[in-house]
Structures are given as structure tokens and as C-alpha cells.
Design a protein around this ligand. Structure first.
Ligand code: ADP
Ligand code: MG
Ligand code: MG
Length: 356
């Protein structure tokens, strides 16, 4: 019998649409000889629906029809399955062998849904609770990077409460410890949502307010003039890193539009000294292990003209369309997109059986 892979996508985060595009690519590339594919779509309001086609959902802007069956994951490790929420019936028994989360951002990538999968006793692709959480919180992520001896840019973390009540002390701290431009970011988000590049003091207040609208915690980072280099990592206990790829943003920085609307360019492999490449690969694996990631992760760096390296972040569920950096890097390293999916599924099962 074929393995039943349940792809789950959509979600409440600002990256809902990106997730639909990634999910459509994953579903298309999964080997239909090996896998029976089931789907659950999560609406922007957080309701789960059975048998959704991500492509159709994207076209009709996530409108749920009266035939769609709302479902819930049963928390019964002896018999994990989805069941309909109200009077409806499912076409099938709602059972599956593994969940493939193709979700980005909060409540998808940050360990929260992974916690539900753990409680329900199901194997799933990717990082667990801790890896997801550390990969989403830019403040805590930097703390573990620093502890692992990884190079990071100088930064300050402030709380929303401080932004509201004591902005002057934040301004003073920025002026003494950092220099413009700085990047102001909500601690827990992705896709550049809520991030501002601030080039002068008078723009700081507004940037802090914007970031604080997305999160209670805000990170203010030293801006660096550097190339953006990314490596893909795959594995559980013995992770492997790919060749580096370079992003050429079509805008001033790699913001939401540059990522998904305009065509920023990917250069694979990035042109760098051999020594720098080796260092990047070593760092990428260290980053992956420092945050306790599993399965997959894309590690993003800043590399200056003199090839000084700073670790920017890890994304534990990176963009996964067939033209995204993560699968492209593996392709360039000799692993095709369908084979990459096979390996991720195997790694998810391997982790589950090791821990259960
Ligand atoms: P996200 O998790 O939303 O992708 P990032 O921290 O990667 O957030 O920031 C998004 C983009 O902003 C980066 O890809 C880069 O273009 C720019 N950026 C962020 N921080 C810095 C920095 N310290 N110096 C220079 N550019 C930065
Ligand atoms: Mg990110
Ligand atoms: Mg990023």
C-alpha cells in the first residue's frame, strides 16, 4: 500500500499565500507511485478543512464552500486521525501516515502546530517544538547563536511596553550602541513583514511602532552592507549543507515584495572563495544544531566585500516552491526536488521512531 502523506498548508500568518504556492509545488512533485496524498487547508482564521486544493484556494482567495468539511486532528496517539467537526462525514477514514507541514511563520513554523502533532502522536516533516520556536524568535535565536560562538551583528532587543512608555531610553541606547542604518524587526515573524530599514534617528519611532504592532518583542539590528548568502541544510543528527546561493534583491533590501512579487535573482552557486564556502557550510550546520532543528532548514548569512561572515537567521520551514532557494540549492548539490521530498519524509519518520 502507498504511504499516506497529509500535506497541511495555509494558516493564520501573513505568509498564508506563500504557503499555498509552496504546497501546490510539493503536492505536484510528490511521487504518486509511492504516496497517496491527502490535504488539509487552514484558513486565515485558523479553521481546518479537508481535501483542499491549494491552487484553487489561492485563486478563490480561500473561500470555503458549503461542501468543504471542517476537520480536527484527534489527540489519540493510538489512533491518530482527522474527524469532521460537525454533522459532516469525511470521504475516507481520515487516517494518514505522516503530516507534511507546508506552513510559514507563526503557528506553522514556530513549534506551535508541531506541539499539537506531538500530542496527537503523529510523525511529521521538519523541526520539533524547540527548533521551530528558536528559529522563529530572532532575539532568542541570536542568543543561542552567540552561545555557539557564531558571528552575529550587534543588536538590541526591546519590549512593546518599553516602546510605548520609554522611547527616549531606546533612542539613547541605539545612538550609543549602534549606528545608522539599523533594521527594526518584530522578533517573531518572517517574509520581512513589519521590518523597516531606518537611516536616521527621526524615523526610528515609527519603525518601532510598526514592528510592535506585530509582536510584543522587537529587535533593532546594526545594518550591514553585505551580500545575502543562503545555504540549505538537510538531515537529523548528521545534517549536511549545500553549496551557497546568493540573493540579488531587486529593491533596497529583501522585503516582502522583493521576495514574492518582483523578481529578485538567485545565483547558484554564489561566487565566493573556497575558504569562505567551507566556513559557511560549517556555520550552517552549527546553526542548525544550535537551534535544535531537524529535517530541513535554510540558513541565511550576510557576507561583506572582504568576505566577513555574519549569521542572519535560520528558517525551519523555508519557501518551498520549485523555484525557491531551498530546493534549488539541493538541486545544484545533486538532489532533485522529488528526491528531496522523499528524504524529508524519511527523516520525519526516522525522528518519530527514534523519539517514540
Ligand atoms: P525575515 O525573517 O522576515 O526574512 P530577516 O531578518 O531575514 O527577516 O530580514 C529580512 C531582510 O532584511 C534580509 O533578507 C535583508 O535584506 C534585510 N536585513 C535584515 N537585517 C539586516 C541587517 N542587519 N543588515 C542588512 N540588511 C538586513
Ligand atoms: Mg525568517
Ligand atoms: Mg530572512
Amino acid at each position: 500500500p502507498k504511504m499516506k502523506v497529509l500535506v497541511i498548508f495555509g494558516g493564520e500568518s501573513g505568509e498564508h499565500e506563500v504557503s499555498l504556492v509552496s504546497a501546490a509545488s510539493v503536492i505536484q512533485a510528490l511521487d504518486k507511485e509511492k504516496y497517496e496524498i491527502l490535504t488539509v487547508g487552514i484558513t486565515k482564521k485558523g479553521q481546518w478543512y479537508w481535501g483542499i486544493d491549494p491552487q484553487t484556494w489561492k485563486l478563490n482567495n480561500g473561500t470555503v464552500s458549503s461542501h468543504d468539511v471542517q476537520v480536527t486532528l484527534v489527540t489519540d496517539p493510538a489512533n491518530p486521525r482527522f474527524i469532521p467537526v460537525s454533522g459532516n462525514t469525511l470521504p475516507g477514514d481520515g487516517k494518514f501516515d505522516l503530516i507534511f507541514p507546508v506552513l510559514h511563520g507563526p503557528k506553522g513554523e514556530d513549534g506551535t502546530i508541531q506541539g499539537l502533532f506531538e500530542i496527537a502522536g503523529v510523525p511529521y516533516v521538519g523541526s520539533g517544538v524547540l527548533g521551530g520556536a528558536l528559529g522563529m524568535d530572532k532575539d532568542r535565536m541570536k542568543a543561542v547563536f552567540a552561545q555557539a560562538g557564531l558571528p552575529i551583528v550587534p543588536h538590541i532587543t526591546v519590549l512593546k511596553n518599553q516602546i510605548d512608555n520609554d522611547p527616549d531610553s531606546i533612542r539613547t541606547k541605539v545612538m550609543t550602541e549602534l549606528s545608522f542604518p539599523v533594521f527594526v524587526k518584530p522578533a517573531n515573524l518572517g517574509s520581512s513583514v513589519g521590518i523597516t530599514k531606518v537611516s536616521r534617528e527621526s524615523d526610528l519611532g515609527q519603525a518601532l511602532k510598526l514592528a510592535a504592532a506585530y509582536d510584543d518583542k522587537v529587535v533593532i539590528e546594526q545594518g550591514v552592507k553585505a551580500r545575502e548568502i543562503e545555504l540549505a541544510v538537510l538531515g537529523n543528527e548528521t545534517p549536511q549543507a549545500t553549496v551557497p546561493g546568493e540573493i540579488i534583491p531587486c529593491k533596497e533590501f529583501y522585503d516582502y515584495e522583493a521576495k514574492y512579487i518582483d523578481d529578485s535573482k538567485l545565483i547558484i552557486p554564489a561566487q565566493l572563495n573556497k575558504k569562505t564556502v567551507n566556513k559557511l557550510q560549517e556555520y550552517a550546520v552549527t546553526v542548525f544544531q544550535a537551534v535544535d532543528a531537524s529535517g530541513l532548514g535554510r540558513v541565511d548569512f550576510f557576507v561583506t566585500d572582504t568576505e566577513e561572515i555574519f549569521v542572519n537567521e535560520i528558517n525551519t520551514l523555508p519557501g518551498f516552491t520549485n523555484i525557491s532557494m531551498y530546493p534549488k540549492l539541493w538541486e545544484a548539490t545533486g538532489v532533485s526536488y522529488p528526491e528531496l521530498l522523499n528524504r524529508l519524509i524519511r527523516l520525519g519518520l526516522e525522528r518519530f521512531h527514534r523519539l517514540n
